[in-house]
Design a protein around this ligand. Structure first.
Ligand code: NAP
Length: 279
């Protein structure tokens, strides 16, 4: 099987390294020639090009461009595709993408690897990023079964745990655990950066250690990705943010009013409930 990858950045690059390590032939297309050259040098792809024509022999293609380019890229790709070719994407939002892509190509199956890093681009690509991470596949009722089956079989080889949902369920769930954390983490960094006392700010910067590293990681990541999450999953994200603000107000109220028992109750409950998310 020939695997095609469009967008040789972090996610596309990681997929290429993993698939090549499993002896698949990987054909990669990216926007810049320099990225294509690095991809070959790093062993991310067997062949690369800036032209989608390279993918005429691909059986399964992963579109790994920024979110706003997923649909336009598929639109440009379809004239080159084999009739049975399966196309998937890795976009962090699914509702707006899957409906449009499925109209453009019947053998389209939406997907989302739930793995990432703060860095972006081809030079951040590494082997094994997806091991033991969730990979959500979001077929529609009209999506052909053979396409879902083949994508599942290939993605399993990355060492992922596979889940299935509708695109809308995906967007609501990731609003809570992915898109909301990006916005909270961003506001944390912004709030710290606005400390007026320069001495205190500098001391805080020097003292920041593992706790701040963990809580600021997603807010300090790819700005384009954060913007796209907000634009393309706006409704679900706003619901999550509003709920979050209510919880934050509650905590402010407990501390301001010295309601230590109430505060302790939610700290204990959070300590226990976190395990439901982090196995
Ligand atoms: P990235 O590192 O910035 O990679 C995107 C790559 O797309 C760039 O390196 C760029 O390559 C290429 N590109 C841009 N326009 C293109 C075009 N018109 N045609 C072909 N290639 C083009 O971003 P990423 O983090 O891998 O994210 C890519 C996708 O993965 C997004 O849809 C995102 O939602 C999804 N995703 C990201 C994460 C994460 O944590 N990062 C996790 C899961 C899913 P050039 O160097 O050639 O310009």
């Amino acid at each position: 099987m020939n695997i095609g990858i469009i967008g040789l950045g972090l996610i596309g690059g990681c997929l290429g390294l993993d698939f090549r390590s499993q002896a698949y032939k990987v054909l990669g297309v990216s926007r810049q020639q320099s990225t294509c050259d690095i991809a070959v040098e790093k062993g991310v792809v067997d062949e690369s090009s800036t032209s989608l024509e390279l993918l005429a022999t691909a059986d399964l293609i992963f579109i790994c461009t920024p979110i706003h380019l997923l649909v336009p890229t598929l639109e440009k790709l379809t004239p080159y595709l084999k009739p049975q070719a399966i196309v998937t994407d890795v976009g962090s939002v699914k509702g707006a993408i899957v409906a449009n892509c499925s109209r453009l190509w019947p053998n389209f199956v939406g997907g989302h690897p739930m793995a990432g890093k703060t860095e972006q681009g081809i030079n951040a690509a590494q082997l094994g990023l997806f091991v033991n991470t969730p990979y959500l596949i979001t077929p529609l009722e009209s999506t052909p079964h053979f396409a879902v089956k083949i994508l599942t079989e290939i993605v399993e080889k990355l060492g992922c745990q596979i889940y299935y949902s509708s695109p809308e369920e995906h967007d609501r769930a990731v609003a809570w655990i992915s898109h909301l954390p990006v916005m909270i983490s961003t506001s944390l960094i912004q709030a710290c950066a606005k400390e007026q006392d320069l001495n205190i700010r500098q001391l805080a910067e020097n003292l920041a250690s593992s706790g701040f590293r963990d809580t600021s990681r997603v807010g300090g990541g790819n700005p384009e990705l954060g913007l796209m999450m907000a634009k393309y999953n706006r409704q679900a994200l706003l619901i999550s943010l509003t709920n979050y603000r209510q919880n934050l107000d509650e905590i402010i109220d407990y501390i301001a009013g010295e309601k230590w028992q109430e505060l302790e109750k939610i700290l204990v409950s959070s300590n226990q409930y976190r395990d439901n998310f982090i196995q």
